[in-house]
Every structure is written in C-alpha cells, then in structure tokens.
Design a protein. Structure first.
Length: 353
C-alpha cells in the first residue's frame, strides 16, 4: 500500500483477530491496527475524537450485537468510514442484502488471504473517497442550481413589476384619455363607437398585462402566502381550461421561506400545465395540508395517465423542473399512474418549525 492506514478490527475471537492482523501487516509496512472485542468497545473507539479510521473490519457475531442489527448500528456509527464484513458463514443472499444496507464488502473468513483482504481494503477506501468527492460535487451543483433558481425568480419578479407598472400605467392612462375623449359633445356617433371598441381593446390589454405579470410572479404569494396563491392558481386554471378542479386546503399553515413557497407553487403550476397539455382529464383533485411538521401536496387527475414506458423514457422538461425544484427545497416527489386511471403526484416536505 502506498499510504499508512488506521484500521479498526472488531472481532471477539482472538485467533481470528491475530490472523487478520498478520494479513494486514504482510501487505502494509506501516499500519496502525486497533482491536475491539465487542460492539460497545468499537463504539468507544469510533466516538473518540482522536481516532480517524480508514476502514473498519467487522465480525458479524459479537457478544453484544450481531447480524443485521449490528450492520445497521455500525453503518450509523461509521458514517463516512467504509465497513468490510468478515464472517465465518457463507450466505450469498445475506451477503447481497448486507451490501444493500451500506457495507463496502462482504468477505468469508474461510479461504481468506492477505491479498484478498488487501484488495478489499484498498477498493473500499478508494470507493469511499470517490463517493465522498461525488457527493461534494453534487452538493456544489445543487447549490449552483439553487442560486440560479433564485436569480431566475428575482428576474421574473423584476420583469413582472416592470410590466405591471410601465405597461399597466400607460394602458390605464390611455383608457382614461379615451373615456375623456368620448365625453366631448362634438364627437360623432361613429367615432364614439370606435372609441368604445378601443376602450374594450385597452381593457383586454390591461387584463392580459395583469395575467402575464401574475404568471411571472404571483403577487399573492408575496402578500398572502402559499395557500392563497394556490387557490388563485386553481381558479385561473379552471377558468382557462374548463377542467373541473377540486381544491382542499388544511387550516394550519407552516412558516416557510419565500423561496420554498415559490418552488412549491411552481411545482403545482407545472403539474397543472402538464395536465392541461397531455392528460385529457375532466377532473383534477388537489390537496394541500400541513400536519405534524409535514407539508403535503397531492394532485391527481382522471386522464389517460403516464405512458407505459414512462420510467425508461427521457423525462419531459416539465417533470425535470419539478424534480429539481423539489430537490432544492429538500422535498420528496413521487409521480406515478393512479390506481385506476390518471396521474398521481405527491410532494412531501418536512419542516423545522
């Protein structure tokens, strides 16, 4: 090995420990090996601030812990330290299950060699390093996505204000001028009809400006919060699409950051957009609740549902955006076909308050 290793061997059988230690020393010129005879003793080693282990070699049958319970307890204690199981029992199915629980390798003591143990230690530690580096990289990507998302929402808010203030005020001024012009006595009746048509056009333009500004950044979410904003969204969706939409909201509301509220609102908005485009639905049910420090958003429709090969397909941009937004706020998001028909969406967010 090219570097020093600090290894914890958790083994109650002295003969097995001596053999493992010999294997380690055969391959590692300078290795520091600690020996724990029980889970309790291993816990003391692992919790000691001075002990920074590269790998833990774990026997599965200890006096005070064993089997799956031992694996789960050790994985929890080790956190970022790889755990290699050393066992006297050759059980393939249990070995596979152990790997799925988070251990790095599963070695049977019978037939174990110094070279096999050496390779397992090296692969486990290197794999852990790569995993940690990947996790840090993913964390940086999530942070960048979060910053980008916030910047986009800020820009939308700015554009919405400018549209509302600039175009809205100009159109309102134009409407007032047309109304004043109509009151002039010398205006011919034909011209008055034209003015009426222009006023109607201006009114429609004012309504369009308000709608665009609201879609960019709903003013309700800033003033009255998520619950009211979702109620407005549902009413607008039903009015625009003609799809019957039933909304049930809980009485209790959480205290959320504005960024979190915006992301939940956008997820709901994207879900309704997808329903309008693809679902061929006649009814949509939405539930928004907060209970036991958990916010839940359920959306289901009676449409045609997801394609049969949905899980293998390249996800649509809308669904990708929904998943990214849920990840940004630390929420879980499930999108699947309904039990009988349609599509079912479930968002869950645990809060701190």
């Amino acid at each position: 090995m090219q570097e020093d290793y600090h290894i914890l061997v958790v083994e109650d059988n002295l003969g097995d420990y001596v053999l493992v230690e010999e294997f380690i020393m055969e391959q590692v010129q300078q290795a520091m090996v600690d020996h724990a005879h029980s889970f309790k003793e291993a816990k003391q080693y692992l919790l000691a601030s001075s002990c920074q282990y590269n790998v833990v070699l774990l026997d599965l049958s200890l006096p005070d812990n064993s089997g799956e319970t031992l694996i789960l307890d050790m994985i929890y204690l080790c956190k970022n330290i790889p755990v290699v199981v050393l066992t006297g029992h050759s059980d393939f199915s249990f070995g596979v299950k152990s790997l799925s629980m988070g251990i790095s390798d599963y070695l049977v003591k019978d037939g174990l060699s110094a070279n096999a143990l050496y390779k397992s230690i090296v692969y486990s530690t290197e794999r852990k390093k790569i995993s940690a580096a990947l996790e840090q990289s993913e964390k940086r990507v999530r942070n960048f996505a979060h910053q980008l998302n916030n910047a986009l929402e800020d820009e939308k808010s700015k554009i919405a204000r400018e549209i509302h203030d600039e175009f809205g005020q100009q159109l309102t001024g134009l409407k007032m001028s047309l109304s004043a012009l109509k009151k002039q006595k010398e205006i011919e009746s034909g011209l008055q009809n034209l003015i009426d048509d222009l006023v109607s056009d201006v009114n429609r333009s004012i309504e369009m400006v308000r709608r665009i500004a609201n879609e960019l950044r709903p003013v309700l979410i800033d003033k009255l919060g998520l619950w009211v904003a979702v109620e407005w969204l549902v009413k607008e969706f039903e009015k625009k699409t003609g799809i019957r939409t039933i909304l049930a909201v809980g009485n209790e509301q959480p205290t959320l950051s504005k960024a979190t509220e915006i992301n939940i609102f956008r997820i709901c908005q994207e879900a309704l957009t997808n329903i309008a485009k693809h679902a061929q639905a006649t009814t949509v049910n939405i539930q928004l609740n907060y209970k036991n420090r958990c916010l839940t958003l359920f959306i289901d429709d009676d449409g045609i549902g997801l394609p049969v090969d949905f899980s293998e397909r390249v996800l649509s941009m809308g669904i990708v955006n929904m998943k990214e937004r849920s990840s940004l706020i630390g929420a879980s998001l499930i999108i699947r076909n309904g039990i009988t028909r349609g599509t079912f969406i479930e968002l869950k967010l645990q809060t701190d308050d």
